[in-house]
Ligand binder design. Sequence first.
Ligand code: PRP
Ligand code: MN
Ligand code: MG
Length: 182
Amino acid sequence: MNDDILKVLYSREQIQDATEKMGKQITKDFEGKDPLVICILKGAAVFYSDIVREINTYCELDFMDVSSYGNETVSSGDVKIIKDLDTSVEDRNVLIIEDIIDTGRTLKCLVDLFEKRNAKSVKICTLLDKPDRRIEGIVPDYTGFKVPNEFVVGFGLDYMGHYRNLPFIGVLKPEIYADNQE
Ligand code: PRP
Ligand code: MN
Ligand code: MG
């Protein structure tokens, strides 16, 4: 699996540093607000388990599994809920944890949904932000790294379901995609 990686973009240590920084800021901002911290499965799972341990104030955790409709070339922008939250967001300060914001469609849907469900506030924390590809006007409140417009894997991010378990963020060798396009 490691042989498939062309280069490492962010090492485990760099990710750890960025996570600690975000956690400190989140701790300050959410002190006394008892936020509901939401993991967007599956991509955010790895980062989530790290960031929640850097939040040093009372909070609750919950999980949601969503997936985008449509194929690779034409994305409808609809987001299907595979697993909804167990907790009500009504009157809660919500903090969404994502691995990456690309077009912004997933988050646009979720922010709209939580606002419709009468959340008190909705904030976004993402490990990676890829602003070049943005379609929806989503701006994260906490960002680990702004990434160039390259296809990245690892630390929760997948290519065809694989590579989520890599402990760093990297770029795949071009032949890996080529093999799958036949
Ligand atoms: C990926 C990623 C984000 C979303 C970002 O999830 O984890 O949730 O896409 O893309 P967007 O900004 O264009 O909406 P994906 O739908 O691949 O599901 P996964 O997390 O289970 O891999
Ligand atoms: Mn995802
Ligand atoms: Mg994915």
